[in-house]
Design a protein around this ligand. Structure first.
Ligand SMILES: Nc1ncnc2c1ncn2[C@@H]1O[C@H](COP(=O)(O)OP(=O)(O)O)[C@@H](O)[C@H]1O
Ligand SMILES: O=c1ccn([C@@H]2O[C@H](COP(=O)(O)OP(=O)(O)O)[C@@H](O)[C@H]2O)c(=O)[nH]1
Length: 238
């Protein structure tokens, strides 16, 4: 059996990863595929915390473009991540995984609040914990929520699952000549202003000495390869 390199991980799934080829929302085949990738890692005995984005439903910055107050738009974005968290937990249940959702915003009739000790207990019991509502604060992103929750639960690494297969010298969607880094230090990633992740998230992980690996969620088996310490995506190190 393959031996995982990490005992506990924090997986950040971008909201847009749930869209598949749709224009917005959640694509059932895509979410089922992602659950399959997560199951392959859970079956190795790895403890998994998940932070889910909301960009497939609502993005705060898009709201402000229409003149909406930034904080109001950000709260709407956080509620979007709650919907994704609920959809993901249900899809996980359908593929035989035991998941719990916790929310950084209080909506007790819908999901339980974020309680760090309880989240850690669930992880120890082998349950997957999905953290909804980001950090619970406007002006932040779910990447920062991943850095925060990853630090809080004592994860050994933050795995950022996204649409690109690593960190490039420039946004590969806009610049076809961009080249991929195998690894990059936090300081270089921050000083190069790489838009793949926000500086707050990079800085928090750097200060907590929590490495990040950026990889493609659409590449079959990539998540398992990262967890097993194989060369996949881009590693951000201290
Ligand atoms: N230097 C870079 N290397 C890799 N991806 C980058 C870079 N700059 C910008 N990106 C973009 O960042 C996105 C990954 O961030 P993510 O949070 O998943 O996306 P979004 O915020 O759009 O949901 C990629 O889809 C890619 O287009
Ligand atoms: O701690 C947080 C996390 C998220 N958001 C809001 O929720 C939206 C969705 O999160 P994000 O853009 O990080 O999702 P992703 O890019 O991963 O799909 C953001 O645009 C913000 O408006 C926020 O205000 N605070």
């Amino acid at each position: 059996m393959t031996t995982p390199k990490y005992k506990r991980i924090l997986l950040k799934l971008s909201g847009e990863a749930l869209m598949g080829s749709d224009a917005y929302g959640i694509n059932p085949q895509t979410i089922a595929g992602i659950c399959g990738e997560v199951k392959a890692v859970a079956d190795l005995g790895v403890e998994i915390g998940v932070v889910i984005g909301g960009g497939n439903i609502f993005r705060g910055m898009a709201g402000t473009a229409t003149g909406m107050d930034r904080a109001t738009a950000d709260y709407m974005g956080m509620l979007a991540t709650v919907m994704n968290a609920m959809a993901l937990s249900d899809a996980m249940r359908q593929c035989g995984l035991n998941a719990r959702v916790q929310s950084a915003l209080n909506i007790e009739q819908v999901i339980e609040p974020y309680i760090r000790g309880k989240a850690i207990r669930y992880l120890e019991e082998g349950k997957i914990v999905i953290f909804g509502a980001g950090t619970g604060n406007p002006f932040f992103t779910t990447d920062t929520a991943a850095a925060l929750r990853g630090s809080e639960i004592g994860a050994e690494i933050v795995l950022k699952a996204t649409k690109v297969d690593g960190i490039y010298t420039a946004d590969p969607k806009k610049d076809p000549s961009a080249t991929r880094f195998d690894k990059i230090s936090f300081n270089e990633a921050i000083s190069r202003n790489l838009a793949v992740m926000d500086a707050t998230a990079f800085a928090l992980c750097r200060d907590q000495k929590l490495p990040i690996n950026v990889f493609s969620i659409f590449k079959a088996g990539a998540l398992k390869r990262v967890v097993c310490g194989e060369d996949e995506g881009t590693l951000v190190y201290c």
